[in-house]
Ligand binder design. Structure first.
Ligand SMILES: Cc1cc2nc3c(=O)[nH]c(=O)nc-3n(C[C@H](O)[C@H](O)[C@H](O)COP(=O)(O)O)c2cc1C
Length: 338
């Protein structure tokens, strides 16, 4: 049985019989266990697509498809993601303070739309714990041969006016351990977070982070929302260029739920198939205005949607919702097509 069939007929059937978050936690728990079992990691490598290296912002990626932020928020299964064949993995969002996130239920599946809505609200172990975990992985010899990005957000308890200090705290702890760092100013589930995309707020954040970055010199990227207007996006691009960010991630989840029947709608960010076109539009809008490298995220669920993002000018791709529905076969399908 090939990887796709194994996932569709067995793994997915078990996972989808559980609530979305229980399934997620079960998958993470298993991948965490596997991450310390070299013989199982070697077995998983059978699913890997053939290498197709690509160098972007000074890092070499064994292939262009990465795991998007939010899947492994606490960085507990990094060796397993590498073994499964991802070309890179972005852990987080990590916040300065540990926090439980919003009340459950807070992840909702829409299989007919190949979509998810989530309002997790950055549930994570906090920067101190994640830094200790990654530090231990670095010295264990099990750090993988793929770039590891760390995605940073603002703690819920921190007022938006003190956001810069909150990001700086996490950056100081985590940037030395990361291959690249992402400033997430686009999740819809932390009140006020998206206001950090406004020109002055973003300038202030980027100035502070890049000053701190003089010490470690890591590529810093900015992850944006698909709900910005084009003039707002242009201001974000200008701030990113002025402060020499290494690239942009387009996009996070959307607040446009028009693809979801209203009786089944939920508060939160929508991801997956319905986000595909909007996110591709954003990739194109950035690459037509700027030479900043773009990592495309949003609605990559098959080879065609992956190719569409690359044709829009993206250098790298990230998957989340597509991986939930398709599993490891998605990576093979994209790799075979590219
Ligand atoms: C359950 C869930 C949790 C997420 N958590 C985060 C997060 O913590 N930080 C972040 O930057 N993006 C997060 N995202 C957004 C994804 O990284 C990705 O940008 C978005 O889902 C669009 O890609 P997709 O259509 O392939 O899912 C999350 C998405 C989902 C579905």
């Amino acid at each position: 049985m090939n990887a796709d069939a194994l996932y569709q007929h067995f793994v997915r059937r078990v996972l989808f019989s559980l609530s979305a978050e229980t399934a997620h936690n079960l998958a993470i728990r298993n991948l965490r266990t596997i991450s310390s079992l070299p013989s199982v990691l070697a077995q998983l490598q059978r699913f890997q697509p053939p290498p197709a290296p690509k160098t972007v912002f000074g890092l070499t990626f064994p292939n262009q498809v990465g795991l998007a932020a939010g899947f492994d928020k606490n960085g507990v299964a990094i060796p397993a993601w590498a073994a499964l064949g991802f070309g890179f993995v972005e852990i987080g969002t990590v916040t300065a303070q540990p926090q439980p996130g919003n009340p459950k239920p807070r992840i909702f599946r829409y299989p007919e739309q190949q979509a998810l809505i989530n309002r997790l609200g950055f549930n994570n172990d906090g920067a101190d714990v994640v830094a200790a975990r990654l530090g231990a992985l670095r010295v264990s010899g099990r750090w993988p041969a793929i770039p590891v990005g760390i995605n940073l957000g603002k703690s819920k308890v921190t007022p938006i006016g003190n956001a810069v200090d909150d990001y700086l705290y996490s950056f100081r702890l985590l940037a030395p351990l990361a291959d690249y760092v992402v400033l997430n100013v686009s999740s819809p589930n932390t009140p006020g977070l998206r206001s950090l995309q406004e020109h002055n707020a973003l300038e202030q954040l980027l100035r502070a982070i890049q000053a701190e970055n003089q010490n470690v010199r890591k590529p810093v990227l900015v992850k944006i929302a698909p709900d910005l207007s084009i003039p707002e996006l242009e201001q974000v691009i200008t701030a990113c260029e002025q402060h020499e960010v290494a690239g942009m991630i387009a996009t996070n989840t959307t607040l446009d739920h028009s693809a979801i029947p209203s009786a089944r709608d939920q508060t939160g960010g929508l991801s997956g198939r319905p986000l595909r076109e909007k996110s591709t539009e954003f990739v194109r809008a950035i690459t037509s205005r700027s030479s900043l490298p773009v990592i495309a995220s949003g609605g990559i669920t098959d080879a065609g949607s992956a190719r569409e993002k690359l044709e829009a000018g993206a250098q790298l791709l990230q998957v989340y919702t597509g991986y939930v529905y398709r599993g490891p076969g998605l990576l093979r399908e994209i790799a075979q097509d590219l």
